[in-house]
Design a protein around this ligand. Structure first.
Ligand code: SF4
Length: 299
């Protein structure tokens, strides 16, 4: 169950692994309007200014749920727009009020991570903030530009390395299919994404997370409209599997402690393990899936 408190406005999103977190709004909506995303289109972005009110909501959650809160997820789409000292204050207070709190996390845009100094991020980690979920989507700067992600491969690498240094866990999310149905663009999207994964590897072995999702066009997004006019065409079932295969194939064999998970409902094949250690077995599973799909007439 999700634990909810305060004036959280619909629609509400959180990563699947935060299904049992207290959802605490520190912002409303998202700073960006990526072409494939319809998540926060109905919300006007703002940062909550009244920190005392947020603290009262943290207390209210304690009154409502007792000692049961083990995770808190800061809503909405980009909580890292909040000033670092305020994020620290909210995080530290949450730990003070909820004695069993183990994880505090948020969605964060790479540019807002990069804007924070190493000291800001270290302070945040010391206050008990534990993980960022970063929608990377692609390592290909052309794809990032066309989907209006507002950042690039260099900045993603910098953001990841800053989080590794600070001791904040890094969870990066890629989006298969975002390059559309052109085979060359699809392959470049996969190869550049692998290159970015290699560049984001921590210098010493700490656990980090990579999760590809598959593009699902949603009403309200720009790509939805572009699909209707034929300006954007989605890749085929097999092309998406090939993209996943290429992405894994081009990652370094010696990546360590990189938890890789494709069990999101949007994906065509569920893989779970570690990149590096399980690379050969992942590739083998995808090759079998492609063979089976072809034998059943998929293209
Ligand atoms: S993909 Fe992420 S950054 Fe882009 S609009 Fe959606 S929530 Fe905001």
């Amino acid at each position: 169950m999700n634990y909810v408190v305060g004036n959280l406005t619909e629609p509400v999103f959180r990563p699947p692994s935060e299904w049992d977190a207290l959802l605490l709004p520190v912002t409303n909506g998202c700073t960006h309007r990526c072409t494939f995303c319809s998540m926060y289109r109905t919300k006007k972005f703002h940062i909550r200014k009244d920190i005392d009110e947020i603290k009262r909501e943290i207390e209210q959650a304690r009154a409502m749920y007792g000692n049961r809160i083990r995770k808190i997820f800061f809503e909405d789409g980009n909580a890292f727009t909040v000033k670092p000292e305020l994020l620290c204050e909210i995080t530290a207070y949450a730990h003070q009020v909820h004695p069993n709190l183990k994880k505090v996390s948020a969605y964060a845009h790479a540019r807002d991570i990069v804007k924070k100094s190493d000291e800001d991020l270290a302070d945040l980690a010391a206050a008990g903030f534990t993980m960022v979920y970063v929608g990377i989507e692609s390592g290909d700067d052309d794809v990032l530009k066309s989907c209006r992600k507002g950042t690039n491969q260099d900045e993603f690498e910098l953001a990841a390395q800053k989080c590794h240094r600070a001791g904040i866990d890094w969870s990066g999310i890629f989006l298969l299919g975002l390059a559309g149905d052109d085979p060359q663009k699809s392959r470049k999207h996969a190869i550049e994404s692998a290159k970015l994964i290699n560049r984001m590897a921590p210098p010493s072995p700490i656990t980090w997370y990579i999760s590809p999702l598959t593009l699902e066009l949603a009403p309200g997004s720009d790509l939805w409209e572009q699909q209707k006019t034929g300006e954007f065409r989605t890749g085929s079932f097999i092309q998406i599997l090939e993209e996943l295969h290429t992405m894994i194939e081009y990652t370094d064999d010696n990546l360590q402690k990189c938890v890789f998970n494709t069990n999101h409902a949007s994906n065509y094949l569920s893989l779970k393990g570690e990149l590096g250690r399980d690379k050969a077995s992942f590739l083998n599973s995808i090759e079998k899936a492609i063979k089976l799909a072809r034998s059943r007439g998929y293209t």
